[in-house]
Design a protein around this ligand. Structure first.
Ligand SMILES: [Zn+2]
Length: 245
């Protein structure tokens, strides 16, 4: 792998970003000061009806055939960000936080409803911040999918039978990297929630985005979800008889 940086931008606290990432390019998001949550969303840039599915990303992975079905609570290094068509939009290549996989794929995102109801202030949440960032790309606020809340520490509490929000575990300089498996539109908000929860440890800070191209990478075909699935099964020695859709 020979990486060449093609973009670098520091996105300020409580601000957002949107941009197109080509197949094979790598996105690195760095938590510059630590304990900052990043609400991250992705679209197939060639057909934006197809977009991130947080629940497919958690629950569709290659478990051994016949094993118990275990939908996971989170994803980490080596896992895919799956689309609403159940094929990979991006792959998580690397995360540097001491504990891997501390991200949330259950909660949606903060928004003006939450800011008003819980905090009593009429300010933008992640949904509005992302909505404004994607508007120049012709994507509407209503089209924002459920995100991967990068670095959000959102464990399940059996006693209370619910999720609760802890401070993130990231330290200054921790980062996560994603590789685009097709041309994608990515957007994120540096979560502005510092009113009622420990989501950002009460101190919202900036995030750096870097985009790299791998000058040695070969382009690869983007397969429809059905063909992709069968290819993956064959690679794992699990051929299936096609029945057609
Ligand atoms: Zn937020």
């Amino acid at each position: 792998m020979s990486l060449n940086k093609i973009e670098e931008q520091v996105v300020g606290a409580k601000e957002g970003y949107a941009g197109i990432v080509k197949q094979g390019q790598i996105v690195r998001l760095t938590d510059l000061e630590g304990k900052q949550v990043i609400d991250f969303v992705v679209w197939n840039n060639d057909d934006r009806r197809e977009k991130l599915s947080a629940s497919y990303s958690r629950s569709r992975y290659f478990a051994p055939q016949g094993s118990e079905y275990l939908p996971r609570n989170t994803i980490g290094e080596g896992d895919w960000l799956m689309s609403t068509s159940c094929r990979p939009l991006m792959t998580i290549l690397k995360e540097t936080a001491e504990r891997k996989g501390v991200h949330d794929l259950h909660h949606r995102m903060c928004n003006r409803f939450m800011m008003n109801v819980l905090g009593g202030v009429d300010v933008d949440g992640c949904h509005e911040i992302i909505g404004k960032a994607i508007a120049p790309f012709g994507v509407d606020y209503t089209e924002v999918p459920d995100p991967m809340n990068v670095f959000m520490n959102y464990p399940y509490d059996r006693d209370r039978d619910g999720f609760f929000i802890n401070e993130p575990i990231t330290k200054a300089g921790d980062y996560i990297e994603f590789r685009a498996e097709m041309d994608v539109l990515v957007a994120f908000a540096n979560c502005p929630e510092d009113i009622t929860t420990a989501c950002n440890a009460g101190n919202c800070t900036s995030v750096k985005i870097e985009i790299f191209e791998d000058t040695e990478a070969e382009p690869f075909p983007v397969l429809d979800h059905y063909t992709w699935l069968h290819q993956q099964l064959r690679e794992r020695g699990r051929p299936v008889e096609k029945t057609g859709l």
